[in-house]
Design a protein around this ligand. Structure first.
Ligand SMILES: Nc1ncnc2c1ncn2[C@@H]1O[C@H](COP(=O)(O)OP(=O)(O)OP(=O)(O)O)[C@@H](O)[C@H]1O
Ligand SMILES: [Mg+2]
Length: 248
């Protein structure tokens, strides 16, 4: 597979109270076209900062990010971010939210496309509802549909399911896998849920505490749908938790 994203030695420090706070301490990683990479790490280790650099929203102090060989200096048109904090417009209906990112084409055609994606994430019948009329889980699905409707080559997801309850979390994982089977995207998923990473990703990178560096990496070869209770995945889970310092 061709390499899609090349991350080469990126670093980032912030200044807090006049003191330099190193947040990302040199991360290098190649991500293949169509690959699903999950990045797990302890809270506050620099995951969101790393994601903002990989998606072009933040400039690294050192090192570079290349997408299809081109150096990234600002958010690229080929990627879309689902952030930790929502980004649905409260004054637009579900359909209008989904149509928002679509520039070209007739209104009727855009509306059809929006409805197709609303159906894909299980929101059929709610196209004309406003965000305040939806549950938290439905809102999150609007968020995801809004990202997918523009058919991004790269999907950057920063803890997209962490605000959901356990049941909805499981449903969204499966919906995401189903959508990825229909339309292949390159995915970078930030999560602190090791099982979520094991369930979804082709490769899992474990970050060290701040300043974040890649401490270990795991390849998950199992076909979907995966059984988290399988001995291989249980073993890998233990190994990842041990890397995170969470097992005896
Ligand atoms: N713009 C900023 N200015 C100053 N400090 C920042 C800025 N953004 C992040 N930080 C600091 O960088 C560190 C890492 O933050 P970041 O949001 O990347 O962590 P995270 O791993 O995503 O955390 P969480 O798991 O809680 O989402 C924190 O100590 C935070 O205070
Ligand atoms: Mg974060």
């Amino acid at each position: 597979m061709a390499v899609k994203i090349v991350i080469d030695g990126i670093r980032k420090s912030f200044t807090q109270g006049g003191i330099a706070l190193p947040v990302v301490g040199g991360v290098s990683l190649d991500i293949a076209d169509g690959e699903f990479v999950a990045i797990v790490g302890p809270s506050g280790c620099g995951k969101s900062t790393l994601m903002r650099m990989i998606s072009g929203f933040e400039r690294p102090d050192a090192g570079s990010v290349r997408i299809d060989g081109e150096r990234l200096t600002r958010p690229g048109p080929q990627g879309i971010v689902i952030s930790q904090h929502g980004s649905v417009f409260p004054w637009l209906t579900v359909q209008e939210n989904l149509m928002f990112g679509l520039n070209a084409g007739e209104r009727a055609q855009k509306a059809r496309l929006a409805d197709h994606y609303a159906e894909m994430v299980g929101l059929k019948g709610f196209e004309n509802a406003y965000p305040r009329e939806l549950s938290g889980g439905m809102l999150k699905r609007v968020e995801i549909a809004r990202a997918l409707v523009v058919k991004p080559e790269i999907l950057y997801m920063d803890e997209p399911f962490s605000a959901l309850d356990a049941l909805m979390n499981l449903r969204m994982r499966n919906e995401l896998l189903r959508i990825l089977q229909e339309e292949r995207h390159t995915v970078v998923l930030i999560t602190h849920d090791v099982e979520e990473a094991l369930y979804l990703a082709d490769r899992i990178m474990v970050l060290s505490p701040r300043p974040a560096t890649i401490q270990a990496s795991f390849r998950v070869a199992q076909a979907h749908p995966r059984k988290l209770s399988s001995p291989e995945l249980q073993q890998m889970k233990d190994a990842i938790l041990a890397e995170l310092g969470l097992t005896a």
